[in-house]
Design a protein around this ligand. Structure first.
Ligand code: PLP
Length: 233
């Protein structure tokens, strides 16, 4: 991909985020764009950062560890499945872990954060569609995680994340996104220690405008910015 193509893609995504935000009574500044750079090299990542990207997302802890030193200052987001033995690769590098889906993982993140003298900001991943292949907790399991977060002093729950099903033809993810937004609002109205509903991370290349219109304030966009990935991950 040339710098020029990258610039055009970014401008197009920016325009579409702005339009969707305005459609839902908000503005561009209310939405965080996480540019998903998985499988891409540090050169392309740095080009994107020079063009104004402030947040990048990776789905493998080893990739964050390996790329970190070669990338300009930027906020890193861990968006993929995280095994407890890999937390150490990323704990002091990322601003937000999007993909926490068990009490055990949350407790291990708390331990590692304590070791580094930091607080880890996390999102709870919800399997809103109920698809068996998807990670994330069922909505009915959310409350237990939120209650357990109250007992941890080096973890803060900052919101929710979901990966919606691949869209196919006329079927959209509006229903799933609406259901996520309802959960986000409901939890925000309740009081849990160490829990604040600041970020609703949903929407990818195929559906980020729909997600924003349904209330998302954080979208994770890869393909629409960087083109198709050569190696599926
Ligand atoms: C790869 C990935 C994305 C970005 O997907 P695109 O369709 O390329 O925009 C978003 N979220 C997660 C969790 C991912 O793994």
């Amino acid at each position: 991909m040339t710098e020029r193509e990258l610039k055009e893609n970014l401008e197009d995504v920016e325009r579409r985020i702005t339009a969707a935000a305005e459609k839902s009574g908000r503005s561009r500044g209310d939405i965080t764009l996480v540019a998903v750079t998985k499988t891409h090299g540090t050169e392309l990542m740095n080009a994107a950062i020079r063009l104004g990207v402030t947040d990048i997302g990776e789905n493998r802890p080893q990739a964050i560890r390996d790329k970190f030193g070669g990338v300009l200052p930027v906020k890193w987001h861990m968006i993929g499945q995280l095994q407890t033995n890999k937390i150490k690769y990323i704990i002091d590098k990322v601003c937000l872990i999007h993909s926490v889906d068990s009490v055990h993982l949350m407790e291990e993140i708390d331990k590692q954060a304590k070791k580094h003298g930091i607080t880890a900001n996390i999102l709870i991943e919800v399997n809103i569609s109920g698809e068996e292949t998807k990670s994330g907790v069922a909505p009915s399991e959310l409350e237990e995680l939120l209650v357990r977060a109250g007992g941890l002093d080096s973890v803060k729950v900052k919101g929710l994340m979901t990966v919606a099903p691949k869209i196919d033809g006329d079927i959209t993810n509006t229903l799933h996104f609406d259901n996520m937004h309802k959960l986000f609002i409901d939890i925000g109205n309740k009081k849990y220690d160490n829990v604040s509903m600041e970020y609703l991370s949903m929407g990818m290349s195929g559906d980020f405008e729909t997600a924003i219109e349904c209330g998302s304030n954080m979208v994770r966009v890869g393909t629409a910015i960087f083109g198709a990935r050569e190696y599926p991950v």
